[in-house]
Design a binder for this molecule. Structure first.
Ligand code: CO8
Length: 257
């Protein structure tokens, strides 16, 4: 598929996806979702891609769903458009590859929902965050009502969703919405450094961390512990990654993953 909105490149095993529709502050339309779904399918089984970074072109990360595309939708079409985005952002969590949001500017509405679908978020000091849907008489439709409370807790989630307040990067860091804040010119370098650090770890261990943590959120603690024990055990055994990592430590050498 030819991309009109996404710019993609792979640098040393790290895929960088830039959402580029700056004239509309990268607002999310159907074309974007089709391109992003195509990209996710294309990397799903590609073991040479060790991490994915998603960022935005210009002064926005993403300023929300495309209001111009949404305005004429019927009730049924509104639900369909909501499910389209839910599916795409859930697919980031289903990938074994780590997905990192590099938030360069406005992350509003569907833009914040996109960022929350990623595994974690690094922001520039210029980033702004909010769920302004109630300003439009809407609610979030790409799982923002679900992911925000899971990430920041009930009080902060309901405050942001009800007030539509736009917060800066420092407040986003304080409530745990982002994991790190850096100067704008250092953003991509820092996120690339984090991606490369992860890429150098045991690949199966990194995949399993993502799988066990994400699946665990859907389970009782007991079920989560069972899943953890199963996956922990699977890294033992001759020739398995855990054996190699532990031997390498004891032999004071680098592991051969
Ligand atoms: N959709 C479409 N176009 C947009 C959007 C958007 N979300 N945001 C900005 N644009 C366009 C503007 O219309 C403008 O276009 P033009 O130059 O043709 O007039 C251009 O981008 C530049 O924007 P501004 O001139 O407004 O730039 P400012 O720097 O003055 O303001 C803001 C930046 C504060 C970010 C402002 O653009 C703004 O408030 N944008 C809308 C933010 C918003 O409300 N986002 C939430 C949208 S709703 C949503 O995301 C719901 C998700 C779930 C959907 C579920 C499916 C049914």
């Amino acid at each position: 598929m030819d991309y009109k909105i996404l710019k993609t490149e792979v640098i040393e095993g790290i895929a960088v996806v830039t959402i580029s529709r700056p004239e509309a502050l990268n607002a999310l339309n159907t074309r974007f979702f089709n391109e992003m779904d195509d990209f996710v399918s294309s990397v799903k089984n590609n073991t040479s891609v060790k991490a994915i970074i998603i960022t935005g072109d210009g002064k926005a990360f993403v300023a929300g769903a495309d209001i111009a595309e949404m305005v004429d939708k019927t009730q049924q079409e509104g639900s369909t458009f909501s499910k389209l985005g839910q599916h795409t952002f859930s697919s980031f969590g289903e990938l074994y590859i780590p997905v990192i949001a590099a938030i360069n500017g406005f992350a509003l509405g569907g833009g914040l929902e996109l960022a929350m679908g990623c595994d974690f978020r690094i922001a520039s000091t210029k980033a702004k965050f909010g769920q302004p849907e109630v300003n439009l008489g809407l609610i979030p439709g790409y799982a923002g009502t679900q992911r925000l409370s899971r990430l920041v807790g009930l009080g902060d989630a309901l405050y942001l969703l009800m007030s539509a307040e736009m917060i800066g990067a420092d407040d986003a860091l304080r409530i745990g919405l982002v994991q790190k804040v850096v100067e704008p010119e250092a953003l991509m370098e820092e996120v690339m450094k984090i991606a490369k650090t992860i890429a150098a770890k045991g690949p199966s261990a990194v995949k399993k961390v993502k799988h066990v943590v994400r699946q665990g959120l859907e389970m009782s603690l007991k079920q989560g512990e069972e899943l953890e024990a199963r996956e922990f055990g699977s890294l033992f055994g001759e020739g398995r990654e855990g054996k190699e990592g532990m031997k390498a430590f004891l032999e004071k050498r680098k592991p051969n993953w």
